[in-house]
Write a protein that binds this ligand. Structure first.
Ligand code: 5GP
Length: 119
């Protein structure tokens, strides 16, 4: 799947659409989900143009992957949920239920998240 430069997260990255930012560095942006499913629900996205985890894991540089992984952990610690715990989720492709075609990880926390998979 080719990257769609008009996807909603691309538009957040270029400043066209606002977000409630919780973290930013030169490689990564994180912001609160506009429809939170748990008390903490943050989306972490790379600034590079990757459609999904599949694309990112295959095509991102080692530096991008390292920066992204480090940022996710740091954000969770900064949010104060590292001790109590949290869930990371990367919906990938149609069967994964991915809606926005720019790679992102959900961080859920602030309360027990519940069953791993439902429905
Ligand atoms: P996916 O199903 O692709 O993993 O999840 C996409 C997430 O993006 C959903 O949880 C949805 O609420 C969130 N989302 C979609 N559009 C926007 C937006 O414009 N702003 C914010 N903050 N979150 C969004």
């Amino acid at each position: 799947m080719a990257y769609d430069p008009d996807n909603i997260f691309a538009r957040i990255l270029n400043g066209e659409i606002p977000c409630d930012k919780v973290y930013e560095d030169d490689q990564v942006l994180a912001f609160n989900d506009h429809n939170p499913q748990r008390p903490v629900h943050v989306l972490v996205i790379p600034k590079g143009e990757y459609v999904s985890f599949d694309d990112f894991s295959a095509n991102a540089s080692e530096a991008e992957i390292a920066a992204f992984t480090r940022a996710v952990g740091r954000i969770a610690r900064d949010l104060g949920i590292a001790e109590t715990g949290y869930r990371l989720l990367a919906n990938t492709g149609p069967h994964g239920g991915q809606e926005v075609p720019h790679y992102h990880v959900h961080i859920f926390g602030g309360a027990p998240v519940g069953p791993m998979v439902s429905g």
